[in-house]
Ligand binder design. Structure first.
Ligand code: BGC
Length: 762
């Protein structure tokens, strides 16, 4: 009886519900048409002069609270995932009900069109933004960012990002989660491969170059994408090099050594920023008001939007900072995180939080406005399908000029670490090469981590690169790539004996560096080091190619090899680029953007350290060294040789004394003293001899990459302004203080730097 009553009630109310639903749908449909007209007229009148912000406001005014929150919600497609994720088959429903503002991890002109079509069925017809980690290329893979940084060629770096953007935009992608602007001083942290290394000054220039490359001059152009500077902030300083770990440092250290690259990215116009997973000053970055509202949106006047990292809103619970998902949403939105990547805390809790009066709707409006502005700037309101062009998708990726740019970028990224007995470049006498080690044949490893849509097929291996030049190649495996056990050493040795020269590739695997790839051992496996020793014992010249996504330790190989090239992961054109350098068609010019330790326990090790009250004196106890391992690194930041040699002379500072605010002009003459043309990275370091805070022993404050013919000289001029001469003091104010400064100028051979001094006065 009771059951029947319930059934009856259900039927009556169910019917009524259906009727209500139909009525609501009709009303909704009428409203939708009206809204669409308004949006269209907004867009149309925008064409007649309205700014993206004004257009965003006119759209915002028509949105319900739920729709606004939908814009702040980002979810993952099913293709690639880098963190905890729940399979969600209702993606299309969410899109057409306006519950999503963005999706990530999908690409392809056709596929992205489906998703966009679903979004265009929503009441407001607001296009979604499609994001992907396009870190060093989309289909044509360029060198990993750390390798590219070794080129010290900002134009090549900009160009690489521009090529990646063009390919990504041709494949339906609007937004890349790059550049990573995290300063990395700890090679145990696998993500150093994604950044520009350890130096804040250089890191700032690289971050800006990448932003400009991705975004170009016009975000709505079909060959540009929106950039995202990440991970804000200090992620590179995770303790013990363990990914996702906490960060603890003084604010003075943070402002002077970690903030500059993010700031430069913001100044270069990065449209978005991403939170970091770590905490800073005991507050998770995603809920860190000081970082987001004070520094980024306040001091830097950043007009773009902030996206959380993968689930980092919800992860504030595990940080023991948020009580639950609702609390996490409150903390993140209050702090200034505008979009929630994957965790769904916003979409599940923000409406309630606003209705309860806990979160002011103005915060929601501000976030949505920022997001809509970017959608307008991308041109998505004009044509939501402008990036879904199958014709472009067919023609742009792997285009010959893009591959050529990748090859040029790859050659510039290679660093010559050692070259004795004139082992390199190959002379005309070299006709046959003993090519040892499976990395010489590997295609997939060359792509490195974060290689978007890069596939092994188009990759040129070292073996292919050498054979393409007509060299006779005798291959032998030498060691197993998976187990690192020796494989038929006798055959490798026989190959060495048969050939004119030995090229052996050692290192880690392509996927060994990257997210969640922290490592406690960076020494190359014994089998690799012993193999090089066995090859050397044949008496043939041994050239070692070190491959990896981070500084590695290979002291034995440093001794035994005649020549060493740091080859990183160079991407699609790896083999051609390496062959170009081996054969001398390209004279290596790369310099290390990160210090290479001689021992794991030296980490964190970086060139711009502070001297301490007891600076290291070799052999002297009670100074800041070790009793059992060396103090000096294997190779310092900025190091890298060439097939030619350079001499430095006539270092001059224009005056002995300057007033604060006056530019300081420094000149030096560089001469190519070798017998072939080559590029040099002329590096200027500065030391502030004393100040109101402790200062580093030296800091890079300028560099020029110049090309000199054999015997040619060039005078290089640097101008130091307050931007190079100052620092953040303990009150976190930028200041230039009076006192003595030393400039040190030199090239890739760090032993040969010239010095001069000057004084700043009030
Ligand atoms: C990474 C980000 C990346 C995001 C989306 C996260 O795990 O930390 O750098 O952009 O995933 O793939």
């Amino acid at each position: 009886m009771r059951k029947l009553l319930i059934l009856g009630l259900l039927l009556i109310f169910g019917q009524a519900g259906v009727v209500q639903k139909i009525e609501a749908q009709k009303r909704g449909a009428r409203r939708t048409v009206a809204v669409q007209k308004e949006i269209q007229s907004g867009v149309a009148s925008g064409k007649a002069g309205k700014t993206a912000a004004q257009k965003a406001d006119s759209v915002l005014a028509l949105m319900t609270l739920r729709e606004k929150i939908g814009q702040m919600n980002q979810f993952s497609g099913i293709e690639y995932n880098t963190g905890p994720w729940q399979k969600d088959t209702s993606l299309f429903r969410q899109l057409s009900s306006g519950e999503l503002g963005s999706i990530l991890n999908v690409s392809g002109a056709e596929k992205t069109r489906y998703y966009q079509e679903a979004a265009m069925r929503s009441r407001m017809r607001i296009p979604i933004m499609i994001g992907l980690d396009v870190i060093h290329g989309m289909k044509t893979i360029f060198p990993i960012p750390l390798a590219e940084a070794a080129s010290f060629d900002l134009e090549a770096i900009r160009r690489s990002a521009a090529c990646a953007a063009e390919e990504a935009a041709a494949c339906g992608v609007h937004w890349t989660f790059a550049p990573m602007a995290d300063v990395g001083r700890d090679a145990r942290w696998g993500r150093v491969m994604e950044g520009a290394g350890e130096d804040p000054y250089y890191g700032a220039l690289v971050a800006a170059a990448r932003v400009k490359g991705f975004q170009g001059d016009d975000l709505s152009a079909p060959n540009t994408v929106l950039a995202c500077a990440k991970h804000f902030a200090g992620y590179g300083a995770s303790q013990a090099g363990r990914d996702y770990n906490n960060v603890d440092m003084s604010m003075c250290e943070f402002y002077n050594f970690y903030l500059p690259p993010y700031k430069a990215a913001a100044e270069a116009g990065a449209g978005t920023f991403m939170n970091a997973f770590n905490d800073l000053n005991c507050v998770p970055c995603t809920g860190n008001e000081f970082l987001l509202r004070k520094i980024l949106k306040g001091d830097w006047n950043f007009g773009g939007f902030v996206v959380s990292d993968w689930c980092s809103v919800a992860e504030m619970i595990q940080h023991r900072y948020a009580k639950d998902a609702k609390d996490a949403a409150r903390l993140a939105v209050t702090a200034g995180c505008d979009m929630d990547m994957v965790s769904r805390c916003y979409v599940s809790s923000l409406e309630e939080l606003v209705k309860e009066g806990v979160v002011d709707e103005k915060l929601i409006d501000d976030a949505v406005r920022r997001i809509l502005i970017k959608k307008f700037e991308l041109g998505l309101f004009d044509d939501p399908y402008r990036y879904c062009n199958q014709e472009r998708e067919k023609n742009v990726p792997l285009r010959a000029d893009i591959r050529q740019a990748a090859r040029e970028g790859a050659r510039k990224s290679i660093v010559l670490l050692k070259n004795e007995h004139e082992a390199l470049p190959f002379t005309s006498k070299v006709k046959s090469v003993a090519l040892i080690g499976p990395l010489n044949r590997s295609k997939s490893d060359m792509l490195g981590s974060w290689c978007a849509e890069g596939r092994p097929d188009p990759v040129v291996t070292v073996e292919e690169g050498l054979k393409a030049r007509g060299l006779k190649v005798r291959y032998s495996e030498g060691y197993d790539l998976k187990t690192n056990e020796p494989v038929n050493t006798a055959d490798a040795v026989a190959a060495a004996r048969e050939c004119d020269i030995v090229v052996v590739a050692v290192g880690e695997r392509g996927g060994d560096s990257g997210e969640a790839r922290s490592r406690g051992r960076l020494d190359l496996p014994d089998a690799q080091q012993e193999l090089v020793r066995a090859l050397k014992a044949t008496g043939k010249p041994v050239v070692t190619l070190v491959m990896g996504g981070r500084p590695l330790i290979f002291n034995d190989i440093r001794e035994t090899s005649d020549a060493i090239l740091m080859c990183w992961w160079l991407g699609t054109e790896a083999g051609n680029a390496i062959a170009d350098v081996l054969a001398g068609d390209y004279n290596p010019s790369g310099k290390l953007p990160m210090t290479f330790p001689a021992h794991i326990a030296q980490i964190p090790i970086y060139y711009n350290y502070k001297s301490t009250g007891r600076p290291y004196i070799p052999g002297s106890p009670y100074t800041t060294g070790y009793t059992d391992i060396p103090f000096e690194p294997a190779y310092p930041f900025g190091y890298g040789l060439s097939y030619t040699t350079f001499a430095y002379s006539d270092l001059q500072v224009e005056e002995d004394m300057f007033r604060i605010g006056e530019p300081v002009k420094v000149t030096v003459t560089v001469t190519n003293t070798g017998d072939r043309a080559g590029e040099e990275v002329v590096q200027l370091y500065l030391r502030d001899e004393f100040a109101s805070i402790t200062r580093p022993v030296r800091e890079l404050k300028g560099f020029r990459k110049i090309m000199l013919e054999s015997g040619e000289s060039q005078q290089v001029t640097f101008t130091l302004t307050p931007a190079e001469l100052g620092f953040y003091n303990t009150a976190l104010k930028w200041t230039v203080e009076p006192g003595d400064f030393t400039v040190m100028v030199g090239g890739g051979d760090s032993e040969k730097r010239l010095q001069a001094g000057f004084r700043m006065t009030d």
